[in-house]
Design a protein around this ligand. Structure first.
Ligand code: NAD
Ligand code: WQD
Length: 349
């Protein structure tokens, strides 16, 4: 029987996205925005730093379903089965380990998971001629940059295994792009992802004592921690505390959808900062949190944290120019949404 006339055209539209690490903090928010944008979503996660509940919550928020596969991105047999069983058009690759200090203590685990995992994924993608990938890189690749703001052209000088992992995978992707011009690749360098979905259903769920500022502040606000330690107030900044570019995780997720849409047009290799393009100090963030949530955040000033940088914020102009994307959420939105997630889920998922 003849196919309806629109059949081939519809089949050619990129629709199914494999999201590795989709149960995690950023991946789960990306799943929401992918489903909202009418992509079909397949998640592969080994739950080493997440729970399947996040996927249930994504389904609740969107009213759509996700195919969830429990498995490891380093496991070629699982990947081969997955790519055989599903017609995958593109991959968003979030799966990885992300704790900087942990990477210093356990470098092999980080190179294995983050570098080998990415290479295994890319090998299977290549075998199945799936040539579209969005990769979670990090502003950490710039290391101690002198640029303020930091453009994509700044020299790369990561100084810990986690940062080296990201730089290496970016290099692998750039080399693939030279060898195989048919590949469409977006390496997205995130600045400081924070906040939560406005529904309060999904958010960051750190294990144990949070390493990062925003989850720590939220846990102080909810009474799980006594006070915030502010790491140094003698930096050359507005109030002496460190300045960072905090990006709402929903803005970040929307940046991924914009990048995916660009891949669909055949963009080759893109390397883009995803940040708000402005910095806030630790104390400015604390004040914004107090003002937006009416919670007091007790804090004390302690010594600087080893490896911290005074000022780090993105030149976000290239992403705007190339993707037509920029952040729209304010620091107040970030604080309010982080607080809603924290109060609705005081013990995480
Ligand atoms: P996350 O830990 O919440 O999410 C990562 C997910 O990947 C988790 O669900 C984890 O279980 C899964 N995972 C890890 N290793 C896996 C493996 N081998 N196979 C399958 N699943 C695996 O972290 P996140 O904050 O959502 O970060 C997502 C990505 O973004 C990471 O690659 C991270 O390095 C990168 N990134 C994060 C930040 C940040 O501050 N959160 C900043 C820049 C870049
Ligand atoms: C922000 C500011 C701290 C905690 C890290 C990784 C980076 C990226 C994002 C993945 C700094 C201060 C913090 C606290 C504090 N991850 N602070 N008290 O260090 O900019 O970036 O996460 O790619 O690679 O290094 O984020 O949230 O830890 O710190 O005073 O308890 O808050 O000194 O100025 P950072 P952060």
């Amino acid at each position: 029987m003849a196919q309806p006339t629109g059949y081939l055209r519809i089949k050619n539209i990129m629709t199914t996205v494999l999201v590795t690490g989709g149960a995690g903090y950023i991946g789960s928010h990306a799943c929401v925005e992918l489903l909202n944008a009418n992509f079909d979503v397949l998640v592969l996660d080994n739950f080493c730093n997440s729970k399947a509940t996040s996927i249930k919550r994504v389904e609740k928020i969107t009213g759509k379903s996700i195919t969830l596969i429990e498995g490891d991105v380093r496991d070629k047999a699982t990947l081969t089965m997955l790519f055989s069983d599903h017609q995958i058009d593109a991959v968003m690759h979030f799966a990885g380990l992300k704790a900087v200090s942990d990477s210093v203590n356990n470098p092999l685990a980080y190179y294995d998971n983050n570098v080998m995992g990415s290479i295994t994924l890319l090998e299977v993608m290549s075998e199945f001629s799936v040539n579209n990938i969005v990769f979670s890189s990090s502003a950490t690749v710039y290391g101690f940059s002198d640029d303020k703001p930091i453009p994509e052209t700044a020299p790369l000088s990561p100084f810990n295994p986690y940062g080296h992992n990201k730089r290496m995978v970016e290099q692998v992707l750039a080399d693939i792009s030279i060898a195989e011009p048919s590949w469409n690749i977006a390496s997205l360098r995130y600045f400081n992802p924070v906040g939560a979905h406005p529904s309060g259903e999904i958010g960051e769920d750190p294990n144990g004592v949070p390493n990062n500022l925003m989850p720590y502040v939220s846990q102080v606000a909810v009474g799980k921690r006594e006070r915030l330690s502010v790491f140094g107030n003698d930096y050359p900044t507005i109030d002496g505390t460190g300045v960072r570019d905090y990006i709402h995780v929903v803005d970040l997720a929307l940046g991924h959808v914009a990048a995916l849409n660009k891949l669909m047009q055949g963009c080759g290799l893109l390397t883009l900062n995803l940040g708000a393009g402005r910095g806030y100090s630790v104390l400015e963030l604390v004040q914004a949190f107090e003002a937006s949530t009416e919670q007091k955040i007790p804090y004390e000033i302690v010594n600087r944290r080893a490896g911290d940088i005074a000022i780090y914020f993105a030149d976000a102009s290239l992403a705007k120019q190339v993707l037509g994307w920029k952040t729209t959420k304010t620091l107040e939105d970030i604080c309010r949404d982080a607080w809603r997630w924290q109060t609705k889920n005081p013990n995480g998922y």
